[in-house]
Write a protein that binds this ligand. Structure first.
Ligand code: UT7
Length: 323
């Protein structure tokens, strides 16, 4: 059977770091409150000339270099983002053009913080279905541009950045020993649409709008939804928490990450945490965390890696990959 195997990975961050101390000068908050409630110490904020497409392009180039490939070797680009450079054309097509790629297909995927999980699942389906041989999957965001910088309940939480992986069709045996995506579990439920949303859009206000969140409401659902899709991934593959080498969660809140790992029985030393330095970068948070842990040597070839995310929609999902 065909498997979608990780051939490369890369990441990019804006130049500018904003610490919690600096945040104290913008809204009525404190380093102590932010660290205690979220685990965030700093985040990166895009500056002039830095956009979702430019960050995505840099992450893509890093992934291509690491995979020893050129854009000619790709035939699909999927960009997970809720902060596109323009309403259209898709940021994926923008990045395709920046890479000088004149063939194949490129499109965006919008599932907010679960976007990267959705995009990996989609690329995997294209590859296993024979529609693509090598897919560049990017999560890229500039949430700083849709934040209400006077709302302390949201502006302290988010940051900007991008990460990418390249998935390649390779023959597998059909067992859990195969490298590549072993299962993807996707869920959504629009009844929760008013708990985390942007209060504008092309078809309603004709504006971009700002992010609004009932944080406590989101928090209430997060751990249960995350553990459900991870347990579904275990069931689909006949694996257990003991088999997982690395849990790479969406980085929204340290308390949600720790609570989910505890409920699943995954020890914290097997959990990749970057929320402290990146903040919540929505669809970029998982590929940024993957890059961090693969570069520093924690995630190695053959490791069993569980990705999970939950966010606006609500959407939520998991992907189990043998790296
Ligand atoms: O990535 C997509 C998914 N998103 C998430 O997973 C986010 C989920 N939610 C959360 O992470 C948490 O709910 C937050 C971090 C957003 C908030 O933490 P919390 O423990 O749920 O706090 P809270 O909203 O219950 O607020 C507690 C208090 C409130 O004051 P009162 O009403 O108790 O007097 C807030 O007004 O903290 C206050 N507060 C702040 N204080 C200082 C809210 N934001 C701030 C702030 N600085 N930035």
């Amino acid at each position: 059977m065909i498997r979608s195997v990780v051939r490369g990975f890369g990441a990019a961050l804006p130049k500018r770091v904003m610490t919690n101390k600096e945040m104290e000068t913008k809204v009525d908050t404190s380093d102590e409150w932010i660290v205690q409630r979220t685990g965030i110490h700093q985040r990166y904020i895009a500056g002039e000339g830095e956009t979702t497409a430019s960050l995505g392009e840099s992450a893509a180039r890093a992934a291509l270099a690491r995979a020893d490939l050129t854009p000619d070797d790709l035939d699909l680009i999927i960009v997970a983002t809720s902060t596109p450079d323009n309403t259209f054309p898709a940021t994926a097509v923008n990045i395709q053009n920046r890479l000088g790629m004149r063939h194949g297909a490129a499109f965006d995927m919008q599932a907010v913080c679960s976007g990267f999980v959705y995009a990996v699942a989609t690329a995997d389906a294209y590859i296993r279905g024979g529609l693509a041989k090598r897919a560049l999957v990017i999560g890229a965001e500039t949430f700083s541009r849709i934040l209400d910088w006077s709302d302390r309940t949201t502006c302290v939480l988010f940051g900007d950045g991008a990460g990418a992986i390249i998935l390649e069709a390779q023959k597998g045996s059909g067992t859990n020993a195969d490298r590549g995506v072993l299962t993807a579990q996707l869920r959504s439920d629009g009844i929760h649409g008013d708990k985390l949303y942007v209060d504008g859009g092309p078809s309603t206000t004709g504006t971009v709008g700002h992010l609004r969140m009932e944080g406590r409401e989101v928090f209430k659902h997060a751990v249960g939804m995350i553990t459900d899709v991870i347990e579904a991934a275990f069931e689909a593959t006949g694996t257990t928490a003991d088999d997982v080498d690395w849990l790479v969660p969406h980085q929204a809140n340290r308390r949600i990450i720790d609570g989910s790992a505890k409920k699943l029985g995954i020890p914290l030393d097997k959990v990749v945490v970057t929320v402290d330095v990146h903040g919540n970068t929505s669809a970029a948070s998982i590929p940024l965390a993957l890059d961090t842990a693969a570069v520093d040597g924690r995630i190695k070839k053959g490791d069993l890696v569980m990705l999970e995310a939950m966010g606006g929609g609500f959407t939520w999902g998991s992907v189990l990959i043998r790296w």
